[in-house]
Design a protein around this ligand. Sequence first.
Ligand SMILES: NC(=O)c1ccc[n+]([C@@H]2O[C@H](COP(=O)([O-])OP(=O)(O)OC[C@H]3O[C@@H](n4cnc5c(N)ncnc54)[C@H](O)[C@@H]3O)[C@@H](O)[C@H]2O)c1
Ligand SMILES: [Zn+2]
Length: 339
Amino acid sequence: MQKKVFRFSHSSVDYYFAGGISQIKEILASVKTIFVTDENVFAAHEKQFRNKTVIVLKAGEEHKNQSTVDSVVKQLIEMEADRKTVLVGVGGGVVTDITGYVASIYMRGISFGFVPTSLLAMVDASIGGKNGIDIGVYKNMVGIIRQPSFLLFDPSLLQTLPDDEWRNGFAEIIKHASIKDAAMFKELEQNDLSFYQKKKKDLGVLIRRNALLKTKVVQQDEFEKGDRKLLNFGHTLGHAVETQFDIPHGQAVSLGMVFASKLSQKVVRFKDAPRLTKLLDQYMLPTFLNLEEEIKSRVIDVLKMDKKKTKDSINFILLEKIGRAFIKEISVQQLYENL
Ligand SMILES: NC(=O)c1ccc[n+]([C@@H]2O[C@H](COP(=O)([O-])OP(=O)(O)OC[C@H]3O[C@@H](n4cnc5c(N)ncnc54)[C@H](O)[C@@H]3O)[C@@H](O)[C@H]2O)c1
Ligand SMILES: [Zn+2]
């Protein structure tokens, strides 16, 4: 199997860009392996889990919490998982976040690997070692940065992914293009969702390009002191909106990116806000947010609680031009006025 090794500060991660779940036994040889997945992925790919030890979680963001963590830990104890056991998360970002987090705290840390099954997890959530859970309305409030030992990318798993989830994945791809890759932005403008759903080769290339883009950003700034923060483009407002309206992550990020691009227009005369809105629209992502006063203040409250807050201002990611982002402190008052 084709393998690429990437170095991070404390460890290295093996990336396999071709292969399926069945090849995990080649990667892990005789190591005791426990798979973690969710009910949807399990139902859609049952055959692949045959004769394997599997923990099946309930699907959905609302289960990315401490009670799921407790339940997984209890099952690991029952299964007599020890320090040499490897946990393999097979699923979307919820599964990979929970698997990485549990593996990092179980017996003070065991090895883990991921087989991302959603587009969003392939291009984003599985990469970079951030693993965490939500506490009530506060997303990813508790967690750890610890790298998996391997990542296995198998785009054929996406054949069973619902359309809505494809759109969520494209929100992160458009985010990457906006902050770091103007050429990819242009390529995305020339195509659309159904193009990538049909053209397996182009999809494979796009996934790899995005996985490598995120990897490079993380390698240069694993502990988010600088450039890694740019990956939060669209996410500051996005997270607040996601919680308030209970909409999927990608859709919330889309609205967050539209907001940030309009703010960029005001702050640094960013010219391409309409181009970004058009592209999001082309990938069937929402671009229009109309908030009533009461909801605005609730959104601002959640924003203030966001991890990125300092005093009465928030570090916001803005665009100078397509492919170039920067961080700017924006006052809560200014955010409120622009909502
Ligand atoms: N750790 C990070 O750096 C990072 C980065 C981005 C996002 N995230 C997290 O990732 C989560 C979002 O990830 P997501 O969009 O993958 O959500 P998800 O894990 O909830 O998956 C979305 C839905 O698709 C289903 N699904 C996944 N793969 C499938 C397949 N191949 N066939 C059929 N159904 C499938 C899931 O069961 C679920 O219902 C959020 O919790 C977010 O905070 C983490
Ligand atoms: Zn995201």
